[in-house]
Write a protein that binds this ligand. Structure first.
Ligand SMILES: [Zn+2]
Length: 245
Protein backbone atom coordinates (compact mmCIF):
# COMPACT_ATOMS: atom_id res chain seq x y z
CA UNK A 1 0.00 0.00 0.00
CA UNK A 2 1.31 3.44 -0.93
CA UNK A 3 1.19 6.23 1.65
CA UNK A 4 1.74 9.90 0.92
CA UNK A 5 2.47 12.50 3.53
CA UNK A 6 4.73 15.34 4.53
CA UNK A 7 7.70 14.62 6.77
CA UNK A 8 10.85 15.98 8.41
CA UNK A 9 13.95 13.76 8.51
CA UNK A 10 14.93 13.20 12.15
CA UNK A 11 17.71 10.70 11.63
CA UNK A 12 19.49 8.93 8.78
CA UNK A 13 21.69 5.88 9.26
CA UNK A 14 23.41 3.41 6.93
CA UNK A 15 21.48 0.29 6.14
CA UNK A 16 23.37 -2.53 4.46
CA UNK A 17 25.88 -1.78 1.69
CA UNK A 18 24.27 1.15 -0.06
CA UNK A 19 20.87 1.72 1.53
CA UNK A 20 19.76 4.17 4.17
CA UNK A 21 17.39 3.92 7.09
CA UNK A 22 15.51 7.20 7.33
CA UNK A 23 13.45 8.17 10.38
CA UNK A 24 10.77 10.78 9.70
CA UNK A 25 8.43 12.80 11.82
CA UNK A 26 5.39 12.92 9.55
CA UNK A 27 2.20 14.93 9.70
CA UNK A 28 -0.11 11.94 9.17
CA UNK A 29 1.65 8.89 10.64
CA UNK A 30 3.78 10.19 13.52
CA UNK A 31 7.29 8.75 13.52
CA UNK A 32 7.92 6.53 10.48
CA UNK A 33 11.07 4.55 9.78
CA UNK A 34 11.59 3.70 6.13
CA UNK A 35 14.43 2.43 4.03
CA UNK A 36 15.73 4.15 0.92
CA UNK A 37 17.23 1.92 -1.73
CA UNK A 38 20.72 2.92 -2.92
CA UNK A 39 20.49 6.65 -2.22
CA UNK A 40 24.24 6.80 -1.84
CA UNK A 41 24.73 6.04 -5.53
CA UNK A 42 25.46 8.99 -7.77
CA UNK A 43 22.37 10.37 -9.50
CA UNK A 44 20.10 8.97 -6.84
CA UNK A 45 16.60 10.32 -7.32
CA UNK A 46 16.52 11.25 -3.65
CA UNK A 47 19.31 13.80 -4.03
CA UNK A 48 20.01 15.61 -0.77
CA UNK A 49 16.46 15.17 0.50
CA UNK A 50 17.42 12.53 3.09
CA UNK A 51 19.63 14.74 5.20
CA UNK A 52 18.48 15.43 8.77
CA UNK A 53 15.88 18.23 9.15
CA UNK A 54 14.89 18.31 5.47
CA UNK A 55 11.14 18.74 5.11
CA UNK A 56 9.74 16.83 2.11
CA UNK A 57 6.66 15.46 0.47
CA UNK A 58 7.22 11.74 0.73
CA UNK A 59 5.70 8.46 -0.40
CA UNK A 60 6.47 5.11 1.11
CA UNK A 61 5.31 1.66 0.20
CA UNK A 62 4.71 -1.39 2.36
CA UNK A 63 2.02 -3.70 3.68
CA UNK A 64 0.03 -2.41 6.66
CA UNK A 65 2.02 -4.53 9.12
CA UNK A 66 5.44 -3.81 7.58
CA UNK A 67 7.73 -2.27 10.16
CA UNK A 68 10.06 -0.93 7.51
CA UNK A 69 8.32 0.42 4.40
CA UNK A 70 10.30 1.47 1.37
CA UNK A 71 10.69 5.13 0.55
CA UNK A 72 9.63 5.67 -3.06
CA UNK A 73 9.55 9.45 -3.36
CA UNK A 74 10.90 12.46 -1.54
CA UNK A 75 10.51 16.03 -2.86
CA UNK A 76 12.05 18.81 -0.83
CA UNK A 77 9.74 21.50 0.54
CA UNK A 78 12.32 23.21 2.74
CA UNK A 79 15.86 22.06 3.43
CA UNK A 80 16.88 23.97 6.64
CA UNK A 81 20.41 23.97 5.29
CA UNK A 82 21.52 26.85 7.52
CA UNK A 83 20.74 24.85 10.68
CA UNK A 84 22.76 21.88 9.44
CA UNK A 85 25.64 24.19 8.51
CA UNK A 86 25.96 25.67 12.00
CA UNK A 87 27.15 23.13 14.51
CA UNK A 88 25.86 24.97 17.60
CA UNK A 89 22.35 25.21 16.11
CA UNK A 90 22.40 21.63 14.99
CA UNK A 91 23.45 20.45 18.46
CA UNK A 92 20.54 22.33 20.01
CA UNK A 93 18.14 20.79 17.52
CA UNK A 94 19.61 17.33 18.20
CA UNK A 95 18.27 17.62 21.75
CA UNK A 96 14.70 18.10 20.58
CA UNK A 97 15.11 15.33 17.99
CA UNK A 98 16.12 12.93 20.76
CA UNK A 99 13.28 14.07 23.00
CA UNK A 100 10.77 13.65 20.17
CA UNK A 101 12.00 10.19 19.23
CA UNK A 102 11.82 9.07 22.83
CA UNK A 103 8.22 10.12 23.46
CA UNK A 104 6.42 9.76 20.13
CA UNK A 105 5.44 6.18 19.30
CA UNK A 106 5.93 4.99 15.73
CA UNK A 107 2.89 5.26 13.44
CA UNK A 108 0.82 7.32 15.83
CA UNK A 109 -0.33 10.48 14.11
CA UNK A 110 0.25 13.71 15.98
CA UNK A 111 -0.23 16.75 13.75
CA UNK A 112 0.30 19.14 16.65
CA UNK A 113 3.78 17.80 17.38
CA UNK A 114 4.60 17.95 13.66
CA UNK A 115 3.61 21.64 13.41
CA UNK A 116 5.39 22.43 16.66
CA UNK A 117 8.61 20.84 15.40
CA UNK A 118 8.37 22.52 12.01
CA UNK A 119 7.69 25.95 13.53
CA UNK A 120 10.60 25.52 15.95
CA UNK A 121 12.91 24.86 12.97
CA UNK A 122 11.62 28.00 11.20
CA UNK A 123 12.18 30.05 14.36
CA UNK A 124 15.71 28.71 14.77
CA UNK A 125 16.49 29.41 11.13
CA UNK A 126 15.03 32.93 11.14
CA UNK A 127 17.51 34.61 13.41
CA UNK A 128 15.36 34.06 16.42
CA UNK A 129 16.46 33.60 20.05
CA UNK A 130 17.53 29.95 19.55
CA UNK A 131 17.51 29.05 23.24
CA UNK A 132 14.00 30.44 23.60
CA UNK A 133 12.82 28.45 20.56
CA UNK A 134 14.29 25.24 22.00
CA UNK A 135 12.89 25.68 25.50
CA UNK A 136 9.48 26.59 24.05
CA UNK A 137 9.49 23.42 21.97
CA UNK A 138 10.43 21.29 24.98
CA UNK A 139 7.68 22.74 27.20
CA UNK A 140 4.93 22.56 24.55
CA UNK A 141 6.08 19.08 23.52
CA UNK A 142 5.93 17.84 27.13
CA UNK A 143 2.46 19.37 27.41
CA UNK A 144 1.24 17.63 24.22
CA UNK A 145 2.61 14.27 25.36
CA UNK A 146 1.31 14.59 28.92
CA UNK A 147 4.65 14.96 30.69
CA UNK A 148 4.72 18.69 31.38
CA UNK A 149 5.95 19.63 34.88
CA UNK A 150 3.75 21.82 37.10
CA UNK A 151 5.70 24.98 37.83
CA UNK A 152 2.98 27.56 38.42
CA UNK A 153 1.61 26.38 41.80
CA UNK A 154 1.70 23.52 44.29
CA UNK A 155 0.76 20.31 42.44
CA UNK A 156 -1.16 19.01 45.46
CA UNK A 157 -3.15 21.91 46.86
CA UNK A 158 -2.74 24.70 44.30
CA UNK A 159 -1.20 27.18 46.77
CA UNK A 160 1.76 29.34 45.85
CA UNK A 161 5.18 27.77 46.04
CA UNK A 162 8.62 28.07 44.47
CA UNK A 163 10.33 24.78 45.39
CA UNK A 164 10.46 22.15 42.68
CA UNK A 165 10.50 18.44 43.51
CA UNK A 166 11.78 16.49 40.53
CA UNK A 167 10.52 13.09 41.72
CA UNK A 168 6.98 14.53 41.81
CA UNK A 169 7.34 16.62 38.63
CA UNK A 170 5.87 19.64 40.38
CA UNK A 171 6.25 22.57 42.70
CA UNK A 172 5.05 21.84 46.24
CA UNK A 173 4.12 24.40 48.89
CA UNK A 174 5.68 24.36 52.35
CA UNK A 175 2.81 22.38 53.91
CA UNK A 176 2.69 19.70 51.21
CA UNK A 177 6.47 19.26 51.12
CA UNK A 178 7.05 18.90 54.86
CA UNK A 179 10.07 16.68 55.44
CA UNK A 180 11.09 16.55 51.75
CA UNK A 181 14.27 17.90 50.20
CA UNK A 182 13.64 20.28 47.32
CA UNK A 183 15.45 19.72 43.99
CA UNK A 184 15.56 23.40 43.03
CA UNK A 185 14.15 26.77 44.02
CA UNK A 186 12.55 28.83 41.26
CA UNK A 187 12.55 32.59 41.08
CA UNK A 188 9.18 34.35 40.51
CA UNK A 189 10.51 35.47 37.10
CA UNK A 190 10.99 31.88 35.97
CA UNK A 191 7.48 30.91 37.03
CA UNK A 192 6.12 33.80 34.94
CA UNK A 193 8.30 32.93 31.94
CA UNK A 194 7.11 29.34 32.15
CA UNK A 195 3.45 30.41 32.18
CA UNK A 196 4.04 32.70 29.19
CA UNK A 197 5.75 29.96 27.18
CA UNK A 198 2.93 27.52 27.90
CA UNK A 199 0.31 30.04 26.82
CA UNK A 200 1.87 31.58 23.71
CA UNK A 201 2.14 29.72 20.45
CA UNK A 202 5.26 29.42 18.33
CA UNK A 203 4.45 32.31 16.04
CA UNK A 204 4.18 34.77 18.93
CA UNK A 205 6.98 33.82 21.32
CA UNK A 206 9.41 36.28 19.74
CA UNK A 207 7.47 38.92 21.69
CA UNK A 208 8.88 37.47 24.92
CA UNK A 209 12.33 38.87 25.76
CA UNK A 210 13.60 36.95 28.79
CA UNK A 211 17.03 37.64 30.28
CA UNK A 212 19.75 35.07 29.67
CA UNK A 213 19.70 34.22 33.37
CA UNK A 214 15.96 33.45 33.48
CA UNK A 215 16.21 31.40 30.32
CA UNK A 216 19.07 29.30 31.61
CA UNK A 217 17.35 28.85 34.99
CA UNK A 218 14.19 27.57 33.27
CA UNK A 219 16.23 25.38 30.89
CA UNK A 220 17.99 23.66 33.76
CA UNK A 221 14.66 22.91 35.52
CA UNK A 222 13.13 21.50 32.32
CA UNK A 223 16.27 19.45 31.61
CA UNK A 224 16.29 18.11 35.17
CA UNK A 225 12.63 17.11 34.79
CA UNK A 226 13.14 15.53 31.35
CA UNK A 227 16.23 13.69 32.46
CA UNK A 228 14.32 12.29 35.40
CA UNK A 229 11.57 10.96 33.11
CA UNK A 230 13.98 9.61 30.50
CA UNK A 231 16.06 7.64 32.98
CA UNK A 232 13.06 5.92 34.50
CA UNK A 233 12.68 3.21 31.87
CA UNK A 234 16.42 2.58 31.92
CA UNK A 235 16.38 2.10 35.67
CA UNK A 236 13.49 -0.30 35.48
CA UNK A 237 15.13 -2.32 32.70
CA UNK A 238 18.29 -2.60 34.84
CA UNK A 239 16.09 -3.73 37.68
CA UNK A 240 14.43 -6.34 35.47
CA UNK A 241 17.88 -7.56 34.40
CA UNK A 242 18.94 -7.90 38.04
CA UNK A 243 15.81 -9.88 38.82
CA UNK A 244 16.34 -12.23 35.90
CA UNK A 245 19.93 -13.07 36.88
ZN1 LIG B 1 0.49 22.40 48.72
Amino acid sequence: MLHRTEGIVLRTTSFGEADLLVTYLTSDFGVVKSFAKSPRKIKSRFGSSLEPLVQSRISFWGKEDTSLPRLTQSDIIHSFQSIRDTLSYFLKVSEIIELTLHFIPEREANKEVYSLFLNALYNIENNFNKNLAIIHYKIKFLELTGYVPKLDACGRCGRKGYCFYVAHGTILCETCSAGMVSSARLSPGVVKLYKDLLTWDTTKINRIRPSKMLLSELSSIIDMHTHHILTKPLKSSEFILLLSE
